[in-house]
Each structure stands twice: as structure tokens, then as C-alpha cells.
Design a protein around this ligand. Sequence first.
Ligand code: NBG
Length: 870
Amino acid sequence: MAYRQLQNHSIAGAPPAYRQIAPRVTLSRRPLRVSAVAELNKTAAVVPESTALVPAPVDIANKLRYLFGRNGDYTVADAYQGTSWSVREKLIDSFNKTHEHWKKEDPKFIYYLSAEFLMGRSLINTVYNLGLEGEYAEALNQLGYEMEKVADAERDAALGNGGLGRLAACFLDSMATLDLPGWGYGIRYKYGMFKQALRNGYQVELPDIWLTKGNPWELRRDDVKFEVGFGGRVERRKQGSKEITVWTPSEKVIAQAYDNPIPGFNTPTTSNLRLWDAVPLTEFDLSAFNAGDYDRAMLERERAEGISAVLYPNDSTPEGKELRLKQQYFFVCASLQDVLSRFKAVHGNNFDLLPEKACFQLNDTHPTIAVAELMRLLLDVEGLDWDKVWTITTKCLNYTNHTVMPEALEKWPVKVMAKMLPRHMEIIEVINEGWTKWLGGHLKDLAPEERAKRIAAMSIIHENPWNKEEMLVNMAYLAVVGSSAVNGVAAIHSNIVKDEILNDFYQIFPSKFQNKTNGVTPRRWLAWCNPELASLITDTLGTSEWINDTEKLAGLRAYASDKAFQAKWAAVKKAKKAKLAELIKKVHGDEVNPNALFDIQIKRIHEYKRQYLNVLSIIWRYKQLKKMSPEERKKAVARVCVIGGKAASAYDMAKRIIRLVTAVGDVINKDPETKDYLRLYFLPDYNVSLAETIIPAAELSQHISTAGTEASGTSNMKFQMNGCLIIGTWDGANIEIAEETGIDNVFVFGVRAEEINQLRKERKNLKTDPRWDELMRDIEGGMFGDKDYFKPLVDSVNNMKVGNDWFLLANDFASYLKAQEDVDACYKDQSEWLRRSIMYTAGSGKFSSDRTIREYAEDIWHVTPSRPTA
Ligand code: NBG
């Protein structure tokens, strides 16, 4: 518990500047004061020793002058650049200090290996985390700008698909905030998550070229480069009395490191996210060029750069692309070499010490090739023997499972792996031999037939059930066998991992399996995105310590029924709703009723997340409103429904769902009879920044996955923190959120996870609700146009010859409508609604990623804080 004490101590001892959040400057853009700039320019000519001593406005002007050749007459985009490059130096000062300290102390490090980091924007987060918000807001003010608008000029770093990548970003924030020595490792994709646009209501995907204007938040490390090989052959050679294994790859690229400093909050610690860019071994094939073969001269560059070019736009959908395996190996290989080279610089070849100095978290199966790569590096490069290497490897690695979707549990054809990574394939075969042999011994008491069956079911290499000719490497099995700990991401999900997905393994190693319920950073997702609510909370609790210790939010429970407090709470929500209304106006050109209930569903579009069910209930609402007299309508609760999210480019059904949302919106938003009472908007290009505007404005949010399918969800936690009520199924983290908030405060509906398998079998005999049948006929009959396009969507849930409603929309439909009625009734009682809203924020303490990371640090990583002096 020494660890927790240190944390408490550190909060209390923080410099006062960190304790209060300065109010954001709210002036709109003022004309530039030319005289002020001229004055600044005079001062700027004197360059003092440390930029930390230069007043921020001068420094911003300096940056614009020397980095961009601008003298006054700045645009907002310039103001963003000048500010960011100025803030960057302070960030790097903190980064250097932290790393000097860690180098001296040599603590154990956690390395978070993840193919995705969905960072979003950095400027606001950096100035607030470093406690520089007052200084920079004032500086921009002097230059005639408003911080919020300037921050808007930044492009999102969208190197992730959704929850998994954003979780990794929240974890980095918490690791730094808790002073835990730890880095993230990933890929510096040139093109991040695609930009989503709507054309005639259909999704179109555009490339996300996010690096064109330079990136002030990264630092290229020209001295940190590693070779990464692919393909080729493996040979045994004699070396003295020993036989050694030599892998000669047929293709090599260089992994070039870029560091992205990660500032902690309320601490001098700034840690690191190291991302790898793939570059060619030789810049340019001059001989080919000279011989007139221009294409060949460029070939190697193109091939190398292709590796880190694009993030796969996938979220729990199958993706069998070889390039993806190449990307995975590329970043894992570079990261492990990097860690080992630092380890060796301090500890030489004393590799027994490695598990005391380094551990790696595998974020889903994507980095699982690390099992074989760490083995290879220690066996072939360092010359250690197998048993020792296996012990070290399994002590260093841990694996987090993030999904129950069978199609997302990666399996690579042996053929593909043997060709691309021949040495790794050999190593995996040897691991599997040892593993199955060990299992044989372990299960010796079983009857031979049963034993053989169990062993086959747990073999890392197995037949493809759909194609008996093909053998597959099961990456989840490799991860489980090669790790010390395996965890799920919410209580229910961890149980499903133990009882279903990896039950065979759980029976063999029960103590390996753990739960680590996800969390989100309260800095980005409450304090910085909703400063108005943050100020109200701080004023009410008399302290801002809740930003580091979210359990303190429970203090709000005492005010939940206090009318005066409720009024203040409501005023903040109203202001945030006005912001979202502005955004809707900007995107769709429509004014919306600011007093309507703002009802939101934002997440990747997926059948299991059931946006379709939401649309059906909206259509039903529309039809009810149409039937009412004008007088009756006046009594109805008005709603503005917003849906946002991207569909994976190859996910046809998800794209049809988007089109259904836009088509229904087109009809109901224009209907003069009902448009004051119901709207539906699809907000395109949902990303982290959009979430930062939408979430604080939400009053009701939808988390309605088929029970047992959403591993956790993390936006549910963000909504909860911002006092937004939840309508949801008994799934993922919804369950724990309901426990913390009070189950009666949550609109829970639908069947439970235990019932799903049976219901799936019986679905064809289900007597559907007449309202359901009516809606199916409406869509099929062309009420929203595009009849043919919507036919497969209707069939997928309603035509048992075509689809069997795998995600059980029909089963939950009636109880969903009932829960929606409960929502309306509650909203009519504003005092009750506000009481619940306050109870949500008050109950969100558990869902800080600080709590999650503390649990990982204590139970899995065994890493302790190490804080540099301020
Ligand atoms: C996602 C789950 C979410 C969960 C996040 C973070 C994948 C593979 N999984 O429910 O679907 O919240 O991971 O754990 O993206």
C-alpha cells in the first residue's frame, strides 16, 4: 500500500498552480492589435537562455517568426501553430527531466504495446495538464485570440478505430499522472482513421492526411532506429561446439522512432508514447536510377513506407490482410529491440533481471507476435537457451482481451506466417509442441480420447474449421500460453472470457485470469471538455482534488436533491446543449429546440451495438407523434436524437444502417407537424474532438448492445461523468455503472447474457410484437425511400430464411420501447431528472482510468511510481 500513500502525498504536495482550473477565456476573436505585435516583436529580438523565461505571447510570436516566417497578421491556424510550438518546449523540458530521473533511478517499466492510440488533440490537454492554461489563454488574448478557437485548429491524431485505441490513450494519461514509469509503443500511421463524409446520406471514406502541417507534439529521434526483417530463410550453422540459428530476411526496413511526450496532471512527470515510422534501408537505389530503371529506384521506399502508411479501419470485423501482420511485427520487433538495447546498456547480458525491469502489456491480440519475437531475440541474438528464455518471456508478458466477437480473435494462416516470419513460425511450433506435451502430462488422468480432444481444442496451431486444408495460428491462445496474466475489461466480460471464450485455459490456469474494469481519464473527459461543470463541482466540493481522486465526486450525492444546486447543474447542461445545437446548425443548417431532450448514440456502427434498434424506436416515436392532435403533441417530450459513428469500409450492413439513419432524418426533420418534437441527425466524422463537444451536452445516451457482446464500452463512462443518464442493456460496464449510480437511476432493459444462446436458437419461433411488424412493413414498403437498399437490413432481422436476427433486436424491442416511455416520464419531472444526473457524476468515481491503471500496476505489472522533483 506504500504506493497509494505516495499518491496521496503527492496530491497534497502539489504546487498551488495545479490545484485550481483557471476559467477558460471566453472572448470571441478580436481584431489583432498591431501595436501589441510590434511591441512583442521588439522584445522577441532578445533571445534569453531558456525559452521557459520568455513570456508566452513573445514566445508565440517568436515561434511564428522563426519557424514559419510570419510577422504579425496571423490566422487562427497560425496562432495554433505558434502556441503549440511554444508549449512543446515546456513539454519537452518536463519530458527530459522525467527521463533523466528515470534513467538515474532505473525503475521497472511497463511498456504498453498497442497497434492503436486514439489520442485526439493535444494542445488543450497539454496546457491544462502542465498547469499552463492561464498563461497561454492570457497570451492568446493579448494577441487577439481565444484559446478554444485556436485549439479547434488542431487536427485529431486518429491513430485508432474506437474504444480500444482511446482506452490506450486514457491509460497513458493515467500512467503519467500516477508517476508510473511506462511508455506506450505503437505505429506512426501516415494516414489515421479515415475521414467520414456523407454523400446523399451514404458514408464515403476519405483519407485522413493528418501530418501535412507538421506535428508539434512529436520529436523525431534520429538516433533511434532499428532494422526489421521479413521473409527469407532460416539456417543452422555451427559456431564452435554450438549450433546456432540464423535468419536471413529477404526484405528489411528501418523503424524510425518518434516520441510523443505524455504530460501527467498535477505532477512533474511527462512520459512517452514512442511510435515507429517505416523507412527504407537505403534512401534511394541510385544504380537503378542511373540505369534508367526509375520505378525500381523508388520501389524499396514505397514498399517500406507502405508498412506504416494506413491504420486498418476495423473494429471487431475480420481482417485477414497480410499487411496487417506485417504492421504488427514491425512495431513489436522495433519496440522489443529498443527495450532490450536500453536494458543491455545498464545491465549487460544479465537477462534474468529483465522481468524485474520490464513488462509488456499486449493490448488485444494485435501485438501477440511479441511472444515469439522476445524468444527469438533472446535465443538467436543473445544466445540464451530455450528454457531460460521461455521463463523470462512468460514473466514479462501479459495479455488483455477486448472482445468476445469470434471474428476479431485473430488467427493467421500458418502459410502466411511461415512465409513472412519463418523463424517465428518455427518458434511457435516449438512452443506449441512443448505446450501440448505439457498438457498431455497435466491431463494424464483423463481417458485418452477425452484427453486428445482437450489438447486439440487448446492447440495454438489448429485446423481452420471452415477450410480443413488450412492450418491457423491462434493468436489469443499464443498470448494466453505466453503471458503471466490475462484480463478482460469489465466484470461481466472477464467472466465470459473465463467461462466461455478461454474456458479450457481457465480450467488449467485459474489464477492467470483477472478482471480490470476499464476507465477513462477524468482530465480530458470531464475537467477539460466540460470546464463549466468542473468549476461547479470544484466550487461545491471546495476542492479540485477530485480531478486526481474521482472517488471525491461522491460528495455530490449530498446535493443531488438540492434545488439551488440542481438549478446550477441545469444551467451548465443548457450551455453545453447550446454548443451542440450550434454544431448541428453548422453541419445540417437546422435550428433545434434547445429545451428538447438531447438523446445521443455515438460509437462505431455495428450490428451488435444496435443503432438499428434505436432508429426503429425513433420511427415508432415519429408515428405516434403523427397520430396525436396538436394539443396532445404539446404534452409530449420533445427529443433531438443524434447518432454518430463510422462503419468499417467493408462492413456493408453497417453502411446500410447509416443510410437508414440519414433517410429517416430526412423525413422527420422536415415534417412540419412533428419537427418541433422530434429530430434525428447523423453527425459525420465522429472522432475524439467531436465527442468532447457532444458528451457534455448529452442528457440521455444509448448503450444498447445485445447482452454479452460489448466487452465494456468506455463512452458510457464519459457520459456518466458528465451527468448524462443511460438507457442500456445489462452488458459490459453498464452493469458496474448501474451499481455505482443506483440501478433505479438507469433505464435498463432487455434480456440477459445468460439467455442469449437459447433465444438465438428459438428466434425463428418468436412471436414478434405487432409494432415491430408494422415498422418492418414501413421500411420495406419505402416509407423512407431506398426500398431495395434497405431490404437486406429488414431481412437480416425479420426474414429467418436470410438472417436470424443474430443480435436479437426483436427480442428486446418491446422492453426497449417501455424503457423509452420511462425516460419520457422521468424527463417530465425535471427535478427527478436532475437528481439522477447529479447521481451519475457522483457515482463515476470508479471509472477513472487512474483506478484501472493502479490495479494493473499492483496486480499485474508490479510497477511502482517514480516521480522526478519539480
Ligand atoms: C473494444 C470493445 C469495447 C471496449 C474496448 C476497450 C475492440 C476489439 N474492443 O467494448 O468492443 O470498451 O475494446 O476495452 O475494439
